[in-house]
Design a protein around this ligand. Structure first.
Ligand SMILES: [Zn+2]
Length: 88
């Protein structure tokens, strides 16, 4: 029974991740606040808040945190699509 539950959980997490990726269209990305991800601490899918974590050469790294307990539930790099023509 436990194995069956784990399988369901894995499938659930995967489908949540897929839903996040599919909603990442550039023009709507800023409005993506209704995302729900699985929180290991709350043990359920929770609404998440997006925090800017780092600014990297390849883009801005965001962290998703549980809206209830602030546990980190995932990160994402929002890659910059600009040409590398920076001249100092
Ligand atoms: Zn939580």
């Amino acid at each position: 029974m436990d194995k069956g539950n784990d399988m369901n959980l894995q499938n659930f997490i995967r489908s949540s991740e897929r839903a996040v990726r599919e909603s990442e269209e550039p023009e709507t990305f800023q409005n993506m606040n209704a995302t729900a991800l699985y929180c290991p601490r709350c043990k359920e899918a929770v609404p998440v808040r997006k925090h800017l974590l780092l600014i990297l050469p390849e883009g801005e790294k965001y962290e998703y945190r549980c809206a209830f307990c602030a546990e980190s539930v995932g990160t994402q790099i929002n890659r910059q699509e600009r040409p590398a023509t920076l001249i100092l």
